[in-house]
Write a protein that binds this ligand. Structure first.
Ligand SMILES: *Cc1c(COP(=O)(O)O)cnc(C)c1O
Length: 492
């Protein structure tokens, strides 16, 4: 299996090369040139396995240049007691054919841990496999959760440094303190004035700066990414779709082979794209419902075929989805069209005019697998409050967007068993969650953790409860034009 670029399909690299490079030279994203199968028999088999072995089986099919022994070790370390429950990603039954897949039992209470506890192993092995002797510097643009999860995944990993940029006003108090208080000798955290797209564009520009690449190479540094543009980020996420499905089969909720829907709170389109990969492999997936907040650029795209980022940007109570440029959509455009020239052209249009229009036949095949709905903040809070009152289940703002999107989808479409992906602990977004359940949400986010515990009788994840005693280490704020300088001085 080779990996090709979405903007140049003549590129053919190994999995290790795709993971160590992150982004292809001409700006495209890596994709496998064929899709391995996942059969009903496989599903029956993984139902009896612990999460780490499920990951081993599924990821192994895409990583021909990694040995089974290597993968076994990586999966055992990535999905072990760093998670706060043995299932790692449990599926919780809410009734009415609706289930919640909890992806936040890792060390930072965000679904990003599912991939970022694994990526450092994949990446450091990839460096060795490709004969790369330089040290790696990971650069991350984050809308909140990726930054902390990447810092935690890469902290004190040998021969690496990691630098994270986050929008100064675009993350929650808890997320901010999680990053500012990060421990480790090889880490850097800087806030930038601007929104997530500004941070992401500036980091992307650094990656495609050939002169900088050479300058850093001469000093023994190699730049890489932990954003979901990296295949090593996306791949581990395919696992939990199959894992959740296998759990539903094992508990008798569905028959093996029965189609189910997944509803995914979406930002950069990485999580939901992993679901599409699971479907392409053969997992019986009906629709993948793309759930957005008021930044509903994807809802409009899926419903109209026009992607237009020229619109107001809203800061919402689900900040990890406050994104107007969803990088991984590019991979979907390629998977649906197989046309690298088309993808390259659309991405150039997006860069130059902020807008593109996808061909009608492409949109038709897209809609065969995807649907889209969005919720504003008021609707999101209403969902949190109602589900808490009626079912005693407490969800965070992102999960609530997806739950509400599924409800909207079901009004117009056949009702199938569905899994809502839950991407963060409710204790990460305390002000909004407290208000949604009728409590006071004022005060500093970190103190509100105790208030939410008291109001609901639910314990906060340990890592979040411990934040109260943590001091901020990184408090610098810069303009987006200053990112390059920050990177250079970090590596000096
Ligand atoms: C990152 C994130 C998302 C969005 O996931 P994408 O893969 O970027 O679409 C949703 N919810 C939370 C809590 C996140 O951290």
């Amino acid at each position: 299996m080779k990996y090709i670029s979405t903007r140049d399909k003549s590129t053919a690299v190994s999995a290790a090369e795709a993971i160590s490079r992150g982004l292809s030279r001409e700006g495209g994203l890596f994709l496998p040139d064929s899709i391995p199968a996942l059969t009903g028999e496989d599903i029956g088999k993984i139902a009896a396995l612990p999460y780490r072995e499920r990951a081993e089986l599924i990821m192994g099919r895409f990583l021909e240049d990694y040995s089974p022994d290597e993968l076994r070790e990586f999966c055992a370390r990535a999905y072990g007691d760093n998670f706060d429950c043995p299932e790692c990603a449990p599926t919780v039954r809410l009734g009415g054919g609706t289930h919640v897949l909890e992806l936040w039992h890792g060390p930072t209470s965000a679904f990003k841990d599912m991939a970022l506890q694994m990526l450092p192993y994949l990446l450091t092995a990839a460096m060795k496999k490709t004969g790369e002797t330089k040290k790696v510097c990971i650069l991350v643009a984050t809308s909140g959760d990726t930054g902390k999860a990447a810092l935690e995944g890469f902290r004190d990993v040998e021969n690496t440094k990691i630098m994270v940029f986050y929008p100064s006003d675009g993350v929650s108090d808890v997320q901010k303190l999680q990053m500012q208080s990060q421990e480790g000798e090889n880490v850097g955290v800087v806030a930038i004035t601007g929104n997530f797209d500004d941070a992401q564009s500036a980091v992307k520009a650094i990656f495609s700066d050939e002169a900088l690449r050479e300058e850093l190479a001469a000093k023994g540094w190699f730049l890489s990414s932990a954003n979901s543009i990296n295949w090593g980020r996306l791949l581990p996420q395919i696992v939990y779709y199959a894992s959740s499905y296998a759990d539903l089969v094992a508990s008798g909720e569905i028959k093996n082979g029965e189609k189910i829907d997944f509803c995914v709170p979406t930002g950069n389109f990485g999580d939901i794209l992993a679901g599409y990969f699971a479907k392409l492999m053969g997992l019986p997936v009906g629709k993948l419902i793309c759930a957005s907040n008021a930044n509903n650029v994807l809802t409009d795209f899926i419903n109209t075929g026009v992607y237009d980022r020229n619109r107001s940007f809203y800061t919402t109570i689900s900040p990890s989805m406050d994104i107007l440029i969803s990088s991984n959509l590019e991979r979907l455009l390629y998977l649906l069209s197989g046309d690298d020239k088309l993808v390259a052209r659309l991405m150039t249009e997006l860069k130059e005019s902020g807008k593109y229009s996808a061909p009608a036949d492409l949109m038709e095949s897209l809609r065969a697998s995807f649907a889209a709905e969005y919720l504003d903040d008021a609707e999101t809070k209403e969902v949190i409050g109602r589900v808490w009152r009626e079912k005693g289940y407490l969800m965070d703002t992102h999960t609530a967007v997806a739950y509400g999107a599924l409800e909207k989808y079901r009004r117009e479409n056949p009702h199938r068993t569905a899994v809502v992906l839950s991407t963060a602990s409710p204790f990460k977004f305390t002000p909004a969650v407290l208000e949604a359940i009728g409590e006071r949400g004022d005060g500093a986010g970190v103190e509100l953790i105790d208030r939410l515990s008291a109001a609901t009788g639910k314990a906060a994840p340990k890592n979040l409860a411990a934040l109260k005693t943590k001091k901020a280490r990184f408090t610098k704020i810069v303009e987006k034009t200053e990112l390059l300088g920050e990177v250079k001085s970090f590596l000096r």
